[in-house]
Design a binder for this molecule. Sequence first.
Ligand code: GLN
Length: 289
Amino acid sequence: MCVISAEKFSLWKKKQISKGGDNNSLDLLIDSLAGLSNKELNLLKIKSEKNLNLKLNLDLLELFWDKHLNTSIPIQYLSGISFWRNLKLEVSNRVLIPRPETELIIEIIAGIFKNKEEKITFVDLGTGSGAISIALALANPNWNGIATDIDKNAIDIASRNFANNSNQSNLKFYNGNWWDPLATYKGEIDLAVANPPYIPQDTYEVLPIEVKNFEPKNALLGGEEGLDHIHEIIQHAPIYLKQKGWLLIENHFDQGDRVKQLFLENRFTSVKVLKDFSGIGRFTIGRYK
Ligand code: GLN
């Protein structure tokens, strides 16, 4: 813990920004590591005489900032924390940093299952940090959730994230590839959701270094055209989904039409490509027959 005047802190911030980087990243670092939220930072502009309590002293904070500037490591991996929707999630370089566009999945699903009394079984395939599955389980305490991931490290992180964000027990975690751990749930799933690796090979090669050098390749790369995992998930979905069960998949900005085609080839109905906040056809949904 360290106490410092708001004035000194503002000078320190100016010095950090003069070295490079952007304000949002610096604010995120301060929030995650020093425990000072954006709201509190904004308040300082009005109450500049205030004293601040920081969880980390400024020299240490500066070391983290310099590391970010020198290596391009994302702030979330430096702090081990990612904010997503109203969740504070532990992350490491074994899981993708959950993206803002993915947040919309929770609203799309709320729009499909409007009857709050309905009890459903859902699965999040390739859960990573657990973001999607945890948000769904928290928003719907009477739903029964399952989250899978091929990486045992991701499953450990996701389970801790669920425990730290709730006192519910309606979400189970299984280590395994896509549907593989769900042998006892054949024909029982009402809703399956996935944000699988979908970046095409040539795009992967030229990703920004903060992504390519730090985020897990197996959570990003989807093969030559980016569709390998999406295809595999759709192909096996009919074994696990109930009649009329829903599948929702996040895809790359230009894959909507091809993913829709894959849904149709596998006998899905009501197939639609839905847009994200930027107007990109980011999510493909459909029902199994
Ligand atoms: N949307 C992520 C990105 O652009 C990719 C996530 C994924 O492959 N599922 O970095």
